[in-house]
Design a protein around this ligand. Sequence first.
Ligand SMILES: [Zn+2]
Length: 117
Amino acid sequence: MPCDSKPFRPQQTLAERKEEVRRTVEKFARGLADGTVKAVVGPQGAIAFTGVPNSERNGVTDSCVYRRLLATGSAMARQQIARAEQLAGRRVDQKVVAGGTHGHFDSNGNVSWHKGH
Ligand SMILES: [Zn+2]
């Protein structure tokens, strides 16, 4: 499901939402490039990003960030995703991501993975 196909806040236009999603994804891309954002690939092929607090995510999910970075992200951001895949020893599985499996980070930076909500 595209993450910018409907407004996220009251009174927000679709164009505003698209811009908000674009800016949010850019923040992840910058963070991946400068090391403040980390991508983690789970044993089942899901992906999670840490380093951007929920309060700054504007309702943009990790799977949305992932899809947009692959489609439009900088080479640097994509390189960091490839690196996370290498560390995990497996590729991100688009079907798992599309199926809603996602990760949550605890305060120690450990990820727990859930399927859907
Ligand atoms: Zn969850």
